[in-house]
Design a protein around this ligand. Structure first.
Ligand SMILES: [Zn+2]
Length: 354
């Protein structure tokens, strides 16, 4: 990681030292480990990720890898168990090959051991690829903790291109949600004087706007999507919080998680939230374009209606009202406008979400 000292806030910022986005990035793991002076790494992967990519990577870096762990659940205990299993052996690096769950566990393990973490994502499904945030499910609740970001991100387009289209659409949803997250952040700056970082905000919003303006298919835009998700993660690292990539639309998604409603992925849920919150920003402040957001989601065939991810109108309304109670200190359009249930119902009707 590179440590930058931010003079304004007098804190150090850790961002990935090496980022490669290419058709053959998976073949660079050995070079990167060598560069980072890692000689005894553990590999953390998932069963499917191992078959798809991990096995071949392992063969190439067998000289550097001392042990391997399979992760199927995103729980903090899984990370703890890995650390306990390592015991007092001299592990000096972590290689993670997998989707969100695997990379979140690997991030925590590497942070705890204070060793470099080389991340090889197998799905571009959310902005956790390069971020310092690890998300877990504990007793049905979503928990996010701030850890060190990956030291190196090797985004292999050949692997990522073959991930299920639903995960690409989810990544798209998580990326474009930044347009609302950054508007919420600006609102917090104007209304309650919250610290605002222009660099982090720009890094989060520029790739989102590029994607919204593009008329290419998701597979054609894969590289742009991956780059955008990585930049979002770095924006989070620079801001020192998920602020640039998580506002009211994420509160809505967290509410759905807590209530246990629907069967949407993280990105699908925040995408619906983005349509709704963009509408509120446009209505109350004349900023935003909810039609553009909705049409772009339709273009990539991501869900724009609640029923597409197993949600009834009543459940969406309940989640929207509930969302106002989540992370109240994070000021967003929800805290600002405090919409009534009736107003939410009108928004759902006008946007066609439910
Ligand atoms: Zn997200």
């Amino acid at each position: 990681m590179i440590s930058l000292l931010s003079t304004a806030m007098a804190k150090s910022v850790e961002i990935p030292l090496i980022v490669e986005i290419s058709e053959n990035a998976r073949k660079k793991v050995g070079d990167v480990l060598e560069k980072l002076k890692v000689s005894s790494a553990i590999m953390i992967t998932g069963r499917r990720s191992y078959e798809v990519a991990g096995k071949k990577i392992e063969e190439k870096i067998s000289d550097f890898v001392s042990d391997k762990f399979f992760v199927e659940e995103s729980k903090i205990d899984v990370a703890k168990n890995v650390i306990v299993s390592i015991g007092y052996s001299d592990v000096d690096g972590v290689v993670g090959v997998g989707g969100g769950k695997v990379l979140d566990v690997a991030k925590v393990v590497a942070s705890e051991l204070k060793v470099p973490f080389v991340s090889v994502p197998t799905a571009p499904s959310h902005d956790g690829i390069a971020s310092p945030v690890a998300s877990f499910r504990e007793n049905g609740k979503a928990v996010s903790i701030l850890v060190d970001p990956p030291t190196a991100v090797l985004a292999d387009l050949t692997i990522l291109r073959h991930s299920p289209i639903r995960l690409l659409r989810s990544g798209y949803g998580d990326l474009i949600s930044n347009v609302v997250a950054v508007k919420d952040w600006k609102l917090a700056k104007d209304k309650v004087g919250e610290d605002f970082n222009e660099v982090a905000a720009s890094m989060a919003i520029m790739p989102a706007n590029l994607m919204l303006a593009s008329d290419k298919s998701l597979r054609e835009n894969l590289e742009m999507l991956v780059r955008g998700l990585i930049l979002s993660g770095v924006a989070i690292a620079i801001a020192g919080s998920s602020r640039p990539a998580s506002g009211s639309e994420h509160k809505f998604s967290h509410a759905l998680d807590i209530l246990g409603y629907g069967n949407g992925t993280h990105g699908e849920q925040v995408a619906l939230g983005t349509i709704i919150m963009e509408y509120l920003h446009e209505k109350h402040y004349g900023e935003g374009d909810w039609v553009l957001v909705k049409e772009s989601l339709e273009r990539v065939q991501a869900p724009t209606m609640a029923k597409e991810i197993g949600l009834t109108k009543e459940q969406v309304l309940e989640a929207l009202v509930f969302a106002k109670n989540i992370r109240k200190k994070r000021y967003t359009i929800l805290e600002d406008v405090n919409p009534s249930k009736d107003e939410f119902e009108l928004v759902l009707r006008k946007t066609g979400v439910a």
